[in-house]
Write a protein that binds this ligand. Sequence first.
Ligand SMILES: [Zn+2]
Ligand SMILES: [Zn+2]
Length: 273
Amino acid sequence: MQSHICTACGTQYPPSERPAETCTICQDERQFVPVGGQGWTTLERLGIAHCNAYRQHEPNLIGIGTQPVFAIGQRALLIVTAEGNVLWDCISLLDAATITLLKALGGLKAIAISHPHFYTTMEEWARAFEVPVYVNSADRKWVMRPHARLRFWDGPTHELAPGITLIRCGGHFAGGSALHWAHGASGRGVLLSSDMATVNMDRKSFTFMRSYPNMIPLSASQVRAIAAAVEPFRFDRVYSHFFDRMIATGAKEILRSSVVRYVAAVQGAYDAN
Ligand SMILES: [Zn+2]
Ligand SMILES: [Zn+2]
């Protein structure tokens, strides 16, 4: 029996003789089945033609993403701290090099994942590093491979470690979360927003969507709720979910103005243009 991984979203399913007919995550309106049809791989097969690449975004923050790009193409983020390391978000490919490198950096104390699109092979990571995986309880039904190390958290925030706090934003998913890292950006504060607040291609603004591939917008009230959730936290820099999506400075003010623009847009500000 093998644990099959959906090639479109990277989600791993429990061991079975044969892969399922469909992937539950990709059947949802927030994802999609590619034009070529549902495809499956395994961790072993994925590792034959792919490997992980690493980018140190700033001291104590390392991005980990698969090359060539696999499935959605997000990169995880490793936060290195004196109290233990935290992995934010997850990717499907966990290979020997990644285990060796992360263990050499002190291993992990916890994994936290923003939303179901990035649950991927979380069970494999939790087992390899013997750590809990934190996901918001509002997204419980989207866990395709339940495991004993899963920890569902509730409420508006959850402190994982000193200066590392999960923030429930909602929007893209009901339990969709961001992570605040108080010591990041030389102490000015960092928000890891995943795609709860996506850094746009111009890297000067954010957008907020229920579905990015299918372009389903959120309501004004949902987007205001995302802004309100992160407002109490001090941050100057934001890293979104891809290697190149980050705003190095002034990100809190840019997030505020992006929310104002978004709300104006859905309320008709561009109707005359
Ligand atoms: Zn899928
Ligand atoms: Zn997503």
